[in-house]
Design a protein around this ligand. Structure first.
Ligand code: 3HC
Length: 284
């Protein structure tokens, strides 16, 4: 198995900047691409802030923080950012057409040995792999928010992903001090196939007047030892993202048990998306 050294992260949003941070702390050289200078600057500022928090908690020293920051090179030109990449991780919004466009370009300009990964939470890895000329080198690396805190990387094997690609990604995940779990491509993978029906059911409890949002969350926090209740978690993930994933499950399995609760649909239509808009099931 060859050593991965250069990592390119496409997209510097919540997930992308977290992914760049953990790779830089893990000693890798990171190219982080964004579409606008303001967005690239914001990603670097967020990483700086999160690393400073680690310094103040004495998890890392000031020097380690600065070394990690120096390892991250922001880019606005995707082609230049991938020319030496050993591993490319895409973390852009959940739109198939957008991801397709990016992977077609990456496929054209990345070196032949490069492993391509998507951090998608719901789009089929097999379908994304099919837009590239090397589907055997394509894989899902599903990180969890907040990326620097959550231990899991769900490693998703597409229909054509080869053993070398899976083993390389598992090995690099362990170097980041994460716990990779390998699963096969299927709508929602394992994580969201299990998580989203729970969140949806919690929303149905509110919709049907069984309990107020706060009460639903207290039940799950105090009774099931969840760090966040399902509705607080839904706000944290984004209600639009939850709805998109439920629609992928509903369309993928054609099973009514995945139907999104009408209250979730209505809240998304009203622009109440959770933390990012200041209001969801709770106010922020
Ligand atoms: N970056 C770095 N560190 C962070 C952080 C961030 N963005 N947010 C929190 N932390 C650290 C804190 O510094 C703290 O570290 P310490 O234990 O060393 O002091 C630790 O995390 C706990 O943070 P807080 O004390 O501030 O707050 P909480 O104890 O309430 O924990 C939480 C916050 C870690 C977010 C916790 O509530 C939690 O685990 N929630 C569940 C999160 C979850 O389920 N995520 C998965 C979402 S699903 C997903 O991402 C997949 C997608 O496909 C939908």
């Amino acid at each position: 198995m060859s050593e991965l050294k250069n990592i390119t992260v496409i997209g510097g949003g919540t997930m992308g900047n977290g992914i760049a941070q953990i790779f830089a702390l893990g000693g890798f050289d990171v190219n982080l691409t964004e579409t606008k200078k303001e967005l690239a600057d914001r990603a670097i500022r967020t990483i700086d802030k999160n690393l400073s928090r680690m310094v103040s908690k004495e998890k890392i020293g000031e020097e380690e923080k600065n070394t990690a920051l120096d390892r991250i090179q922001p880019h606005l030109d995707l082609t230049a950012a991938i020319e030496n990449a050993d591993l490319v991780i895409e973390a852009v919004p959940e739109q198939f057409e957008l991801k397709k466009k990016i992977f077609e370009k990456v496929d054209q300009y990345a070196p032949a040995h490069t492993i391509l990964a998507s951090n998608t939470s719901s789009i089929s890895i097999t379908k994304l792999a099919a837009v590239t000329s090397h589907p055997e080198k394509f894989i899902g690396m599903h990180f969890f928010n907040p990326v620097p805190v959550m231990k899991l990387i769900e490693v998703i094997n597409g229909l054509k992903t080869d053993k070398y690609t899976t083993e390389t990604v598992i090995s690099v995940s362990k170097k980041l001090d994460k716990m990779p779990v390998s699963v096969n491509d299927s709508p929602g993978f394992v994580s969201n196939r299990v998580l989203m029906p729970m969140i949806n059911e919690a929303i149905f409890c509110v919709y049907e007047g069984v309990a107020e949002p706060g009460a639903v969350d207290e039940v799950m926090k105090l009774g099931m030892a969840h760090p966040m209740g399902p509705l607080r978690l839904a706000d944290f993930i984004g209600l639009d993202v939850c709805l998109d994933i439920l629609n992928v499950l509903f369309d993928g399995y054609k099973d009514p048990k995945y139907r999104p609760c009408p209250l979730l649909v209505k809240m998304v239509e009203a622009g109440k998306l959770g933390d990012k808009t200041g209001e969801g099931f709770f106010k922020y």
